[in-house]
Ligand binder design. Sequence first.
Ligand SMILES: Nc1ncnc2c1ncn2[C@@H]1O[C@H](COP(=O)(O)OP(=O)(O)O)[C@@H](O)[C@H]1O
Ligand SMILES: [Mg+2]
Length: 347
Amino acid sequence: MFDNNLIIEDIATFFGVSVTDLHATPIRKLSENNIWKIEIGQRNFVLKRHFIHAPINGCKFTPFEIELNTLKVLKSKGCNVPKIIWQSDKKQSLLIEWCGNQTLDDMAQKQSNWHPIVSQAISQFCYIEEAFKKSQENLTAYVFPVNQDKKLQEILGHCRKTIFYIIQASKKEKHSTHQKRIDQCWENISNYLFSKPKNLGGLDHNSHNILINQQKVFFIDFASIGWNWQTQRLVQSFNSLGTKQDTGNFVSLINPETIETYMSISGQTKVHNDIDLHHLLFYLSIIHRILRATSQPNHPDSIRLYNAWGDLKTRLERAIHIIIKSNLSNNFEANTIRQIIADCWLR
Ligand SMILES: Nc1ncnc2c1ncn2[C@@H]1O[C@H](COP(=O)(O)OP(=O)(O)O)[C@@H](O)[C@H]1O
Ligand SMILES: [Mg+2]
């Protein structure tokens, strides 16, 4: 394991205080925790140590270098991301500004009046998207050379299969009744999504990477960046999974009102179809994971999923409910799939 004492000494020296003035609390209650809250008197910081000390996935830089440079660039453009206070290249560690102890995920699980914060978070999301666009030259070298088209192709494949599983599981309909319609929809959905341009942004978007501190929203975790679809990132950021929470379940913060906010801030007009389709794929992928875990309950991945999500039947019902009830666009294909699932599930 890492020797934290040494790094704590370095930080104490940096602040000109004694080691005993500095209080470190692990943020994750796991043996492999790599994030600590650091308190020095009334001031709070976060120490993030990167475990991976070598470039991965064919990237030229380590996750530490990617995060360090991305945070610097985004901060220089005025984004709400944590400021870097101190760094150790040798120990691949960053001491960054404290951004509060509430994540958007926590808020979505506990509160229902989340609209003001979500509006602010969408506004910051768009601001960061713009900052990435303006900083392409400085950031291109840090991009993960992951084939996003291939990833989307795989997601589409899993999701298509999942629709047939849902039909079969309902036992009310035969798979063959809908085969032709689903295949046609799937071809159109694929063609549509692949025709959309990708842009540069973070590759780890989720509602745990959005923090709220005294009503101010921060985006964190930029250890990987690359080219993918903005509306896919929006969907990933604004859906809460409620992982490892006793009564946790999926909560979608994407609705006609939040789409309206996104359009007015980003200045984009034709986004309903994209958001609806990525949202549909997001929940079909979740159902795919649940069904796979239920069919192989002893597999280590399945055990991990049970531990993270609890009762998978409740989770499955919520995911289907969100798909059926989402009213995000007039997209013919999304609504056809939604209708087929509703007919099988509700009858
Ligand atoms: N600047 C920060 N302020 C407050 N909490 C933070 C900060 N950075 C990270 N955290 C906490 O630590 C968690 C993990 O940090 P993150 O940078 O997302 O690491 P990972 O790459 O492991 O997901 C976050 O979800 C958040 O709860
Ligand atoms: Mg994270």
